[in-house]
Design a protein around this ligand. Sequence first.
Ligand code: NAD
Length: 385
Amino acid sequence: MELKPIRQSFSVQYEYQLFFTQGLFQIGNSILLDVLKSYKKEAPIKLLFIIDNGVSEAHPELVNQIRRYCDLNSNHLIHTQSILVDGGEQVKNKTECVEQVLKGINEYAICRHSFVVVIGGGAVIDMVGYAAAIAHRGVKLIRIPTTVLSQNDAAVGVKNSINAFGKKNFLGTFATPFAIINDSDFLKTLEQRDWISGIAEAIKVALIKDKEFFAYIAENASALKARKMDAMQYVIYKCAEMHMQHISQGGDPFESGSSRPLDFGHWAAHKLEHMTNYELRHGEAVAKGIALDITYAQLIGLISQEELQHILDVLLAIGFDITLPIQEEEIDALLKGIEEFREHLGGQLTITLISGIGKKHDVHEISLEIMKQAIEKLKAYAILK
Ligand code: NAD
């Protein structure tokens, strides 16, 4: 008897919103409540909060505020617990943190009709997103990002992860959040390095897609450095919108192809983060990665010396350090990042460069000799400045 293959085909529509607010847990701010009410359910909804320790230290009243907010809305919400987790990249480097979140989900009986609400920087958002995606094969997640980088990039997309085997984002899932809420009040307590570092992702997306957005960043470099909130709000809004549009309209939301333009500058960034034992913030490493890849782009004739210099000057004006924190003998180790980058996605090597400001240009081969020259050229430029 011949058994014919059984064909299976269905599609699922994904939809989520990114909200903007201030004072999210103040009495009278109904955004979180409204978001939860949009998930139609008769009984009150159970919430488990997971909070970045760095955020709760900078906002010591936060845990009480959350409890008060939930108590006042107890017809709709049940606050089970607020669990504090370490902040920063180390949270992605050890499985204990994922286990801590999974234990909380188990202990407080968070099911697929309950919500995990994560409040923190990109690293905590990534780690908790991963835990939420694997518990019960996926419980609902609301992300409340608290850094520039998480508000304009890490929290607005579909990827969750932790690091393993010395590699960034080795373990992870594609899982969409229920909603994201950006509260700009959180940004006020960021260290200067975290305020600046997220701008790297905005520069990245502007360089590959939008000349005018890059011009805005260039014109407002000093305002951004000086923590002018209006300028930062615009940069976050525009950057988040471009990331979300790329995911929904770029034709490959779950990255099954070989190209990932949103990772422009990232092959070196991921390797540098690892090589510096994550002393570098992700955004700081991305700025260095962009600086290196545009220097390479200039050496192979894709962009002019003037364009290169202009972009490097904008990075410097915002306050980025564009030197590479590696010794001569570590250059080969850095270059291994190119193959690791390919391996993460599989398929043909595809490195996104630019052929002008706002113009993405993919290449499938990188000359290691010219990349070494780019490292030297960037070093000389940084010394000069
Ligand atoms: P981070 O999460 O490492 O946070 C940096 C520091 O800021 C931490 O010490 C944290 O405790 C502290 N902090 C957070 N919010 C604060 C606040 N409001 N006030 C004071 N301190 C605060 O850094 P990040 O730049 O937000 O995130 C980087 C991570 O994001 C990396 O792991 C990167 O791989 C990931 N990422 C993920 C995606 C994705 O699509 N999933 C995209 C880009 C980046």
